[in-house]
Each structure stands twice: as structure tokens, then as C-alpha cells.
Design a protein around this ligand. Structure first.
Ligand code: TXA
Ligand code: MG
Length: 319
């Protein structure tokens, strides 16, 4: 396995060649690292599922370099255009009716008649442009585990299963993209993420309604247990119990903190963006047998805090 800087021309050329040949490459985005393959090549997409040990009924996001390519793959209406105008490139994924002649392999969409599309910031979009093709990419972690926000984090979990990791440093947003679907009079929120709900309301003038992702049809990836670290996770903790580690937020001390087995703070100043950027890195650091229990203080459920709470809830879900 080779780790190369994501801003290096030779590394990008190599990544582009591997993708053309139907290989998977790990590529950074502003949210998390993705395990990318040519979305139009069924064998390449199949490798993503194999490397991640991901159930094949769980569809992938196709990453595009811009709206022009997106419009060849899906039927975008006026609301989708407003959304791309406001948030692309960026951490917003749009689910829209699939164009059957768009060329995306059915394995990437899990045979659904919709497709999830996103224009990310940076090298992933650049590679899509070079190939002039969509790149299917889930987060570059084993299915059900913590999503990677650094190249080292990817190397630790998928290292011997991939040939190239492009290293773009620590990702800036830190949680995955927000996933939405537009209806005539509302936006359906399928997964909270990097773009806050409030910003979508403001950009579209439409109400944003949450649809819980429990069924196979709407978004199978939203399975309840996910991001699970080794130890048990206890949310909304007002105090620390003996033997627990503490995930704190903000400057306020927590009752029992001094007897905690260890303390980490998502954002000592209480900044939610900083907390989102730190979340998966801290969960990965605490993913070890000598951390049997983790208490997490309440996190404000506004802005990107909604995505943080969503991920924490999944990390705490029964396995
Ligand atoms: O930020 C992100 O979104 C990252 C980076 C790499 O772009 N990707 C990511 O992919 O989080 P993944 O595979 O971990 O999550 C994709 C989610 C899954 O929950 C999947 O079920 C959902 O998108 N999805 C994909 N296609 C869908 C569709 N047609 N309808 C509804 N949900 C869909
Ligand atoms: Mg994932």
C-alpha cells in the first residue's frame, strides 16, 4: 500500500490511471476519506463492497465534478438546482430519480431507481473530471466502523486491502455529507451531516423534514448500529461513572471528571464545527480494548450538532 500526497501531480495521475483500470483508490474529501471506484464499471464497484465488507443492498454515493455530469445521471428539477447552487461543491448529497441511460452501474445504486449525487471539494472532484465519469465512494472504513478523517486512520483499518491512499491531511468538516431528497413542497432529510438543516431551509425556503432511515428502501446505510468503538457508549451523561472515559464538550467541568479513566474534549471552546471535525478522530482513538466504557456529555442539537448527535447515537446503539 502506497500513501501519496493528494496535491502531488504524479500521485493524482497514478490515482486516475488506477481508477481507469477498474481499481479502488482512497481519496480524501472535505467530509471523510472515500474508497473510490469508477461508478460505471460494475467490477470496480464490486471491489468497493468486497474491501469494505459492505452489504451489497446498501447503495453508494456517486461523486461528480459538477452539475453538468449530475444532470446526465439524474433528473434534477428546480429545487435540486437551487440546492446545487447553494451547496456544491460541498457536503450535501442529493438523491434524485435515476436516468437509466446515465451509465452508472446498478451495483452502485443497489438497483434503486434513484441515485445519490455529490460534488465534493478537492481531489475527488478533480479525479471525476479527469475521467469524465462519476466516482462511487463510500467512507473508507470497514462497514459499521468509525469513518476515517485522516490517511493514517484509513491505513490502520484498510491498509493491506488498498493499493493507493491519497493523503490530504485531516478532513475539514469531519462528518459525512447531509443526504436529502427534494419533493414538490418540502425537503426530506435522509441523513444529517456537514450542511446544517437550518442552511437548507434558508437556501430553499422549504421545510426540511426528517424521515427516519430504518427501512431497506430509503437508505439502507442508516442502520442503527454504526461507528461502533470497542467500548460501550453512554450518551447525555451528567456525570462520569467509575471506569468510564469521558468525551466532553465546552469548558464546563463534568461531575466525577477527576476520577474518569481519561478525558477528551470535542471542542474546549464549545464550537460545534470544531467538535464535528474532531469527532471521528477521537472515537477512533478510543476504539481499543482498554477503553471499555465511554460517557458523552450532551451536545447541542443545532446546526452541525444534529449530525454529531446522529453519529453518537449510532455509536451508542445496541450491537
Ligand atoms: O460525506 C460523505 O457522504 C462520504 C464521502 C466519501 O463522500 N460518503 C459516505 O458514503 O458517507 P457512505 O456509503 O458511508 O454513505 C452513503 C449513504 C448510505 O447511507 C446509503 O444508504 C445512502 O447514502 N444512499 C446512497 N444511495 C441512496 C439512494 N439512492 N437513496 C437513499 N439513500 C442512498
Ligand atoms: Mg459510511
Amino acid at each position: 500500500m502506497l500513501i501519496q500526497p493528494a496535491d502531488n501531480a504524479a500521485a493524482i495521475a497514478l490515482a486516475s490511471r488506477l481508477l481507469c483500470e477498474g481499481e479502488c483508490v482512497v481519496v480524501p474529501t472535505e467530509t471523510v476519506y472515500g474508497l473510490a471506484a469508477d461508478a460505471t464499471n460494475g467490477e470496480a464497484v464490486a471491489k468497493i463492497f468486497a474491501v469494505k465488507e459492505r452489504p451489497s443492498f446498501n447503495p453508494l454515493i456517486s461523486h461528480v465534478y459538477g452539475r453538468e455530469l449530475a444532470a446526465l445521471l439524474a433528473h434534477f428539477g428546480e429545487i435540486e438546482h437551487r440546492l446545487t447552487e447553494a451547496f456544491w461543491p460541498g457536503p450535501l448529497t442529493i438523491v434524485a430519480p435515476l436516468r437509466s441511460d446515465g451509465g452508472v452501474h446498478p451495483l452502485a445504486t443497489a438497483g434503486l431507481d434513484t441515485i445519490a449525487l455529490r460534488q465534493p471539494v478537492g481531489v475527488m472532484a478533480e479525479l471525476s473530471a479527469r475521467l469524465d465519469r462519476p466516482l462511487a465512494a463510500p467512507s473508507a472504513n470497514l462497514s459499521g466502523r468509525v469513518s476515517p478523517t485522516s490517511a493514517g486512520h484509513v491505513a490502520a483499518s484498510l491498509g493491506d486491502r488498498v493499493s493507493l491512499i491519497l493523503d490530504g491531511g485531516t478532513t475539514s468538516v469531519g462528518v459525512e455529507s447531509t443526504i436529502v431528497r427534494a419533493e414538490s413542497d418540502r425537503i426530506v432529510l435522509l441523513r444529517p451531516g456537514g450542511v446544517p438543516r437550518e442552511a437548507i431551509v434558508e437556501a430553499t425556503g422549504l421545510p426540511v423534514e426528517t424521515i427516519l432511515q430504518t427501512t431497506k428502501i430509503s437508505a439502507p446505510g442508516q442502520m442503527s448500529s454504526h461507528y461502533a468503538p470497542f467500548g460501550r457508549v453512554r450518551l447525555d451523561a451528567a456525570s462520569v461513572e467509575p471506569g468510564e472515559w469521558l468525551i466532553a464538550f465546552g469548558p464546563e467541568p463534568v461531575r466525577g471528571e477527576s476520577s474518569a479513566s481519561g478525558v477528551v474534549n470535542l471542542s474546549p471552546s464549545g464550537n460545534l464545527e470544531e467538535a464535528a471535525a474532531n469527532l471521528f478522530g477521537l472515537l477512533a482513538r478510543l476504539d481499543r480494548p482498554d477503553v471499555p466504557a465511554i460517557a458523552v456529555v450532551p451536545i447541542p442539537n443545532e446546526g452541525i450538532g444534529e449530525a454529531i448527535n446522529d453519529r453518537l447515537k449510532r455509536a451508542a446503539a445496541p450491537r
